[in-house]
Design a protein around this ligand. Sequence first.
Ligand code: 13P
Length: 255
Amino acid sequence: MRKKIVAGNWKMNLDYTAGLSLFSEVLNMVNDEVRGDQEVIVCPPSLFVYSLAQLAKQNSRVSVGAQNGHQADSGAYTGEISASQIKSAGAEYVILGHSERRQYFAETNQLLAEKTNAALKNDLKPIFCIGETLDERNQNIHFQLIKTQLEEGVFHLSAEEFAKIVLAYEPVWAIGTGVTASPEQAQEIHAFIRSEIAAKYGAEVAQNTTILYGGSCNPKNAAELFSQADIDGGLIGGASLKSRDFTDIIKAFNK
Ligand code: 13P
């Protein structure tokens, strides 16, 4: 069966001391909450990855991820971080294709395909984000857009490689806005994503793929979202910055 995951994306928030203390709280609080098929991932700013990964060693159900990685192995790319560097600092995951990277750093599906390859080559599991803007939804082109993001970003992978990735559906209009996709809206897209995976890689791979929902997910709406057949957890922004909210979202699996 596929894994259930709650992942926190801290984005560019918190200083080092606050980050360490939040993570320590999360480690203490989630201990009794995470069941056998569940995993918690925290994606801090990359400067904190090493320290958090050291702390996470005591807890087999909590891992650390980066928020972005470069496509090249190494070289003259001032300010960038490679997948092998992220891995060597102790991370297991890397978020790729977040809408903020697509929007503010002009990351295209083609570039993201290269970043995905670099991550997998270095044994780092991508949390690959897809999702439409409000404008695209209003134009009713969101299904096609998501299909293209999958086809160009990750469908070049072999079935064996694809089995290592986690997908996150994050409608851009729901990110940081307080407007959550309704459970039905999210489920409709998640089912569509799973059917596209089945068409490409077969039913078994599709059934085993973890697909997270992200966008204004909070302790109040998490249980209903996570109870949908094709929603396997969440990618949490704002609510991952508060240990109690984040833990309450994790608890939503067991409601
Ligand atoms: P919010 O939970 O703050 O809406 O952010 C979602 C997100 O972008 C997670 O990657």
